[in-house]
Ligand binder design. Structure first.
Ligand code: ZN
Length: 309
């Protein structure tokens, strides 16, 4: 994968020859006129907002004649999208961005992504969906590849009217970013916390540990396998015996856990997210809706101008 910027000619070719309006997910097509659209015309940022389209044809002809750098759509439905007024409801959205993972499995620098961290992001989004469906009973989950990571939209009515602070609580729950009162409880939140904390610790480098535990980092690293085992079983006393400051370690892991998703996206009921089917011009990848997240491969997101040159 090259993950390079698309030229204006390539964007034009994409929207005029490859893009298909029917690839926009049904749940967006059906509510198109109630959503706010936003555009980044040239890579300078999504500065054209408050756009409304009444039909798919209108949107289609706009994209074909303007071939914007990026296209966004609101998670919210409004009575008057062009004024962002008369809020009706919002999808509950989660954004797992490979470039912002709290611990990286690769050597990507700031703002970069590779196949390895994208795969990590895919696994995190699967974990989230598991918690949302098994623990919270949510059913209508829609995935998309965003170009640099994954979006998960929950459409269930049960969450569509939630406000900012309630959404913030859900982020904390599904990422395990608060230490549970009983670490060993077999199911529910304790289990979510243990799973995410173990995932985070497993991937932590000694270097990163040193930032918070200058003296203990080496010992934690040496005993990692045993600490992980104790963490997975919820044995707090055992963690304490192995490395001492167990409270501080759990706090550190909880804080890092919060970073697996971009919480600002989830709490913002007026957020705009990349429109599935359109082009992420920063990396020349298609933002695609995903039916089967378990078997998703990046090949499904490569535009023709990259494949065919
Ligand atoms: Zn990477």
């Amino acid at each position: 994968m090259q993950f390079r910027k698309a030229t204006p000619e390539e964007r034009k070719r994409f929207y005029q020859e490859e893009w298909n309006k029917h690839e926009i997910p049904d749940f967006i097509q059906q509510t198109l006129s109630l959503r706010e659209f936003g555009f980044d015309p040239d890579g300078s940022g999504p500065n054209q907002r408050y756009r409304q389209f009444f039909t798919l044809e209108q949107l289609s002809s706009y994209l074909k004649s303007n071939f914007p750098f990026s296209v966004y759509v609101s998670v919210a439905l409004y009575e008057q999208p062009s004024r962002r007024a008369g809020w009706i409801k919002s999808e509950l959205a989660f954004d797992v961005d490979a470039k912002d993972l709290p611990v990286k499995p690769c050597s990507c620098g700031q703002g970069e992504v590779c196949e390895c961290c994208l795969e990590e992001a895919r696994r995190v989004v699967m974990l989230l969906s598991d918690v949302l469906s098994s623990d919270l009973g949510l059913r209508d989950l829609r995935f998309s590849y965003s170009g640099r990571g994954f979006h998960l939209r929950v459409l269930d009515e049960a969450v569509s009217k939630l406000e900012q602070n309630e959404r913030a609580q859900l982020v904390s729950y599904v990422t395990g970013s608060v230490i549970p009162t009983d670490l060993s409880f077999v199911l529910g939140y304790s289990k979510v916390f243990r799973e995410f904390a173990a995932r985070t610790l497993e991937r932590l480098s000694e270097e990163k540990l040193k930032e918070v535990f200058p003296k203990l980092a080496q010992r934690i690293q040496e005993k990692k396998r045993e600490v992980l085992e104790a963490l997975r079983r919820g044995r707090r006393e055992e963690i304490k015996r192995l490395v001492g400051k167990e409270e501080k370690l759990l706090e550190f892991l909880a804080k890092l856990n919060a970073g697996w998703v971009d919480g600002r996206v989830t709490v913002d009921v007026k957020r705009i997210l990349r429109l599935p089917s359109t082009l992420h011009s920063g990396v020349s990848m298609k933002c695609v809706p995903i039916r089967d997240i378990e078997n998703f491969s990046l090949d499904q997101a490569i535009p023709k101008f990259i494949l065919e040159g």
